[in-house]
Design a protein around this ligand. Structure first.
Ligand code: CA
Ligand code: CA
Length: 145
């Protein structure tokens, strides 16, 4: 089931990890990426399930965000924790969604994820700026289903 490698090389995966590191230099928020082929659940519910599975609720400021992608379904979901929802406008993730969508439409899969991660970091920065006390609470590795 796990042959995400077919559309994401090890090198490309490392570029995504690098983008997460870079994004988290500007915000205390934690960004994770999960990629799988498909799901039998609704994509929103599956994103929530993955969020739980990755223990992403365990951040001090409840400010983790998951970019969930089901490749075969051509779907992705951006799921942010309630610490984020509490302080941002409802359409907060719209710009990040648009960024990802634009790249995906052109078939630029890796580039879409990298740009989405960086955009999410930028958006988080205004509400959750990085501080010296910040730690890397969640792994930056790409999760694959
Ligand atoms: Ca952090
Ligand atoms: Ca992290």
């Amino acid at each position: 089931m796990s042959n995400v490698e077919d559309f994401l090389s090890a090198e490309e995966e490392q570029e995504i990890v690098q983008a997460i590191r870079q994004a988290e230099r500007n915000t205390s928020g934690e960004i994770r990426v999960h990629i799988e082929r498909t799901t039998s659940l609704s994509h929103y519910n599956r994103a929530l399930e993955v969020f739980r599975m990755l223990k992403m609720f365990n951040t001090k400021e409840q400010n983790a965000v998951l970019i969930y992608i089901a490749v075969d379904d051509h779907k992705f979901v951006i799921y942010g924790d309630k610490g984020i929802d509490a302080v941002v406008p409802t359409n907060f993730w719209e710009s990040t969604k648009n960024t990802i969508q634009q790249h995906f439409k052109q078939g630029n899969f890796k580039q879409g994820i990298v740009a989405g991660v960086l955009k999410a970091g930028e958006e988080l920065k205004s509400h959750f700026p990085w501080s010296v006390k910040d730690t890397d609470e969640l792994s930056n590795e790409v999760s694959k289903g």
